[in-house]
Ligand binder design. Structure first.
Ligand code: ADP
Ligand code: MG
Length: 357
């Protein structure tokens, strides 16, 4: 797969503050790549640098093999959709979508044809003559997307495009965007702070924190094989268990709970484990499992959430399918296998609690 976008060592400072530091990644042609990170992690700045709206202090940007670090915006041929509707209020849907084509001096007949195509593609046919103030939030974002796509951009840059919408509409548009992308295959970069959105839509995820890249990988990589404590805590819910390294394993109480490759004996270590990666058993199968008492069992439909108390200080949360709940009830004694944990030296960026799902 060739790369539509390549960033190498991008740094951007605002005064003495470094907003983006040494960011490098590639976005494969035809895919959706997500830039995922908390607010303030530098995602929008990276996107603006790719669009040419911002110039980096260091590093280089390539678009389809051409260096564009200082290239003018109009040479880059990117379509941009922002979180906040930037539709022209005095123009109908049709004229909003036609805007970039008009600027590009596309003849009227061709323009009309392209706008009709986009109205169909974005399911807005019935709304062509409406003004933006007569549209719902979701419809406005579809118009914004149609307008960005009209001039056939090489890249589509989406900056939290659904961020201002309520949860149900956001989910609908997510599904719709995935279908649209399958149809068009335009290389897209999606900025989001929503890990579910990134996992659902993207083929590649760039996880950012405090201006730096923490990990670049497939959704399965960042979810199941987090490269840093930050990624383990930010992408998906995780239980956090602190212990000490003894003969290559994290020791908690009397149990050696998970492999700690690369960490020295005697050093502190932190194990992160997803609620669905805890394996519970009514009997102790090995010295690797930790005894616990079941505190509560909450059915949530496809899974049940089980609160487990290890000791006075520590509880863990497991999620199990109902078929695995035999012998697991409040008060019962169980053994927890934590061998699917990801283990790191203690780092910054995550709290000691289960991060929110
Ligand atoms: P994100 O999109 O991940 O929320 P941004 O890229 O918008 O993050 O911002 C990263 C950091 O850079 C933030 O701390 C923000 O306040 C700062 N920043 C962004 N743009 C500017 C600017 N033009 N001047 C000063 N600081 C800025
Ligand atoms: Mg932003």
């Amino acid at each position: 797969m060739s790369s539509a976008i390549r960033l190498e060592g991008i740094t951007r400072r605002f005064g003495s503050f470094t907003a983006v530091e040494d960011v490098s990644f590639e976005a494969p042609s035809g895919s959706i790549t997500a830039l995922l990170g908390p607010s303030g992690s530098g995602k929008s700045t990276v996107l603006r640098i790719i669009a040419g709206l911002e110039v980096p202090d260091a590093g280089r940007v390539w678009i389809e093999g051409e260096e564009q670090t200082h290239g003018p915006v109009e040479h880059r041929r990117v379509g941009f959709v922002f979180q906040h509707y930037a539709l022209f209020r005095h123009m109908t849907v049709r004229r909003n979508i036609a805007f970039g084509l008009k600027v590009g001096k596309v003849p009227k007949a061709q323009r009309d044809q392209r706008v009709d195509e986009l109205l169909a593609l974005t399911q807005l046919e019935g709304l062509a003559d409406r003004y933006p103030d007569r549209l719902s939030g979701g419809q406005r974002q579809r118009v914004a997307l149609a307008r960005a796509l009209a001039p056939r951009p090489r890249l589509l840059l989406l900056d939290e495009p659904f961020g201002a919408l309520d949860a149900r509409v956001r989910q609908e548009l997510r599904t719709w965007l995935a279908e649209l992308h399958r149809e068009l295959g335009v290389t897209s970069l999606l900025v989001t702070h929503d890990q579910e959105e990134a996992l659902e839509l993207a083929q590649r995820i760039v996880v950012m924190n405090e201006g730096r890249v923490e990990q670049v990988g497939s959704p399965a990589d960042v979810y199941s094989r987090p490269a840093t404590p930050f990624v383990a805590g930010f992408v998906g819910a995780a239980n956090v268990l602190s212990g000490t390294v003894i003969s290559g394993h994290v020791q908690y109480g009397d149990a050696l709970v998970a492999g700690a490759d690369g960490l020295a004996d005697g050093s502190p270590a932190v194990a992160y484990v997803r609620p669905h990666d805890l394996v519970l058993s009514p009997v102790q199968r090995s010295g690797a499992s930790v005894p616990a008492q079941v505190e509560s069992v909450t059915p949530l439909g496809a899974v049940a959430r089980v609160r487990l108390r290890l000791d006075a200080m520590k509880t863990l949360t497991a999620e199990l399918p109902p078929s695995q709940l035999d012998g697991i009830a409040p008060g019962s004694r169980v053994y927890i296998d934590l061998s699917r944990a990801s283990v790191f030296a203690p780092g910054d960026g995550v709290s000691d609690e289960l991060s929110p799902a």
